[in-house]
Design a protein around this ligand. Structure first.
Ligand SMILES: [Zn+2]
Ligand SMILES: [Zn+2]
Length: 141
């Protein structure tokens, strides 16, 4: 990383001082986030509430001026079975994908993964009808 550039951004905004390996206090839940247990170089979100801050354009570059809170909205599975979190910025709506860290709250990850299943955008009692429409056999015999 360009040192000179880093110093410049330090004066401009508080969030810019958070390099990947820095300790920071989560703006959402107040937890002190340390890089020690992350298991990777990218401690870019809180292991407790999984929220992040919109400070990057490319992962780790701290090039964004937004500084909004990045809300974890979804998880997906990368090739090889590794989980990643989709973050969406509450301020500008930018979406980004981040690897999960070793100490990320597993229950929070699960609850994000389960959310669409728990809140389907259609009535669950119509599933049988819909499976029939899809050509499958959703009927109980
Ligand atoms: Zn947090
Ligand atoms: Zn943003």
């Amino acid at each position: 990383m360009n040192r000179e550039n880093k110093c410049k951004t330090f004066e401009k905004g508080y969030y810019k001082t958070h390099a990947c390996k820095d300790t920071f206090t989560c703006k959402v839940c107040g937890r002190l986030c340390t890089p020690q247990n992350a298991g990777s170089d990218h401690r870019n979100h809180c292991p407790n509430c999984l929220s992040s801050l919109h400070v990057d354009i490319e992962p780790g570059d701290r090039a964004s001026d937004c500084g909004g809170i990045m809300e974890p909205v979804a998880v997906w599975v990368r090739r090889g079975g590794e989980w990643a979190i989709i973050h969406r910025c509450k301020r500008c709506g930018t979406l980004s994908s981040n690897r999960v860290a070793a100490d990320d709250n597993p229950m929070k990850l699960m609850s994000i993964a389960m959310k669409p299943l728990c809140e389907p955008p259609f009535p669950l009692d119509r599933i049988e009808e819909m499976t029939a429409l899809m050509g499958g056999d959703g009927r109980l015999r």
